[in-house]
Design a protein around this ligand. Structure first.
Ligand SMILES: Cc1cc2nc3c(=O)[nH]c(=O)nc-3n(C[C@H](O)[C@H](O)[C@H](O)COP(=O)(O)OP(=O)(O)OC[C@H]3O[C@@H](n4cnc5c(N)ncnc54)[C@H](O)[C@@H]3O)c2cc1C
Length: 363
């Protein structure tokens, strides 16, 4: 079988490898510049007091991504498994319930009053993961901007802005992140999604600093000791959720830096905070900005839209947790594998493009 995947971010690359492993020929069309160009991201399960379905799904996803990372990435360079310290800030009652929830999953968590330690977490460079996925046999990546999709008698066709054919195949998957919404609407499948802008801040790792747990989250997150491309190490903190519009990119950048710095006061241990704050003060901290494709229920969107046309998107802030899992779910359904990854029908329904929360209300 041959397929087109639109998008070479985490979602598209994951779909391409999941299908190539099942013997398919995959053409990935990619314009470039998506959320997966994030310098480094955090991989950790979603924790909830009642172990809601989103938490269950994220654990399945984290386990799968960890197995891909172990098999394909260079430890210490492209990724690093590590304990994550989740600080329980601000809401004592909610925190007590979270701790109790965590205590029920001893393989995943170690809980105390002030923190939950995630035993299965990592930092991963999303680009490194996407690249190794795309390097699997049977995958061709083509730089192209898809403007329209068309169904011919036998194929799905991807067309450019001039209406010319870029590629055609038996099946087509839309995995275009923040641009998925417009492609879906264009081909008659409008879904309610949102694109939320956000930024991270990052800087050189102060060489004399050491942290017990290199990954910390709470209100935001802090990743330390990440291998830089040109040697040395860097730290990264994030991420903001920005719904405001700014008069200029300078103003936007200054607001992002300020928001990311402010969070660190609650996250960083006292000896490290002054060193990182000094980097902000002396202009040594950089920012990276991107757009997350999100849904109101925070579940990704995975499944068939009509005969031969599929979607795999809306990874929200958890592309590293969800991409590999969603791609395998979709590939299994396309190839009609007999033993599905997700056996819970309820959980599978939460991801379908036909679910209620994605219905576009008529004006
Ligand atoms: C500030 C910030 C911090 C984040 N931190 C984390 C984190 O710590 N951990 C984590 O797991 N996740 C994190 N995320 C979320 C993560 O980055 C996303 O969930 C993930 O990258 C989404 O992958 P994707 O493939 O769906 O979309 P993208 O990475 O955006 O990829 C979509 C691709 O489709 C291509 N495309 C779009 N339209 C077209 C078209 N018409 N024709 C051809 N190609 C097209 C784009 O060029 C792009 O390459 C963060 C996101 C942001 C913004």
């Amino acid at each position: 079988m041959n397929l087109i995947v639109i998008g070479a971010g985490l979602a598209g690359a994951a779909c391409a490898q999941a299908l190539s492993r099942r013997g398919c020929q995959v053409t990935v069309l990619n314009q470039g510049g998506g959320a997966s160009e994030l310098p480094v991201g955090l991989l950790a399960a979603h924790l909830s007091a009642q172990d809601i379905e989103l938490s269950q799904l994220s654990r399945l996803g984290v386990s799968l991504t960890l197995s891909h990372a172990r098999a394909l990435l260079r430890e210490g360079i492209d990724w690093q498994p590590s304990v994550l310290e989740q600080k329980l800030l601000f809401h004592p009652e909610k925190n007590a319930r979270l701790s109790q929830g965590a205590a029920l999953l001893p393989d995943w968590y170690e809980a105390s009053e002030a923190q939950v330690l995630h035993k299965q977490a990592a930092w991963i460079k999303p680009q490194a993961l996407a690249q190794v996925w795309l390097a699997q046999p049977g995958i061709t990546v083509q730089e192209a901007c898809v403007a329209a999709l068309k169904r011919s008698e036998k194929h799905w066709q991807a067309l450019n802005g001039q209406g010319q054919l870029i590629a055609q195949a038996d099946r087509l998957i839309i995995a275009a992140g923040a641009q998925a919404g417009s492609l879906l609407a264009q081909c008659g499948h409008p879904l309610t999604m949102d694109n939320v802008s956000g930024s991270v801040a990052f800087g050189e790792w102060p060489c004399d600093a050491n942290l017990d747990n290199p990954l910390i989250n709470g209100n935001g997150h802090f990743i330390s000791g990440v291998a830089g491309d040109a040697g040395g190490k860097f730290w990264l903190s994030g991420a903001t959720y920005e719904r405001e519009t700014y008069a200029s990119s300078e103003e936007q950048q200054a607001a992002s830096l300020q928001a990311n710095q402010a969070r660190l006061a609650n996250l960083l241990p006292a000896p490290l905070l002054p060193a990182i704050n000094a980097q902000f003060a002396s202009g040594q901290v950089q920012t990276w900005q991107g757009h997350r494709c999100t849904t109101s229920d925070r579940f990704p969107i995975v499944g068939e839209l009509e005969l031969g046309l599929y979607v795999c998107t809306a990874m929200g802030s958890r592309g590293l947790s969800f991409a590999a899992l969603c791609a395998d779910i979709l590939a299994q359904e396309i190839m009609k594998d007999s033993s599905p990854l997700i056996t819970s029908k309820e959980l599978r329904r939460e991801l379908l493009p036909s679910r209620k929360t994605l219905k576009v209300s008529s004006p």
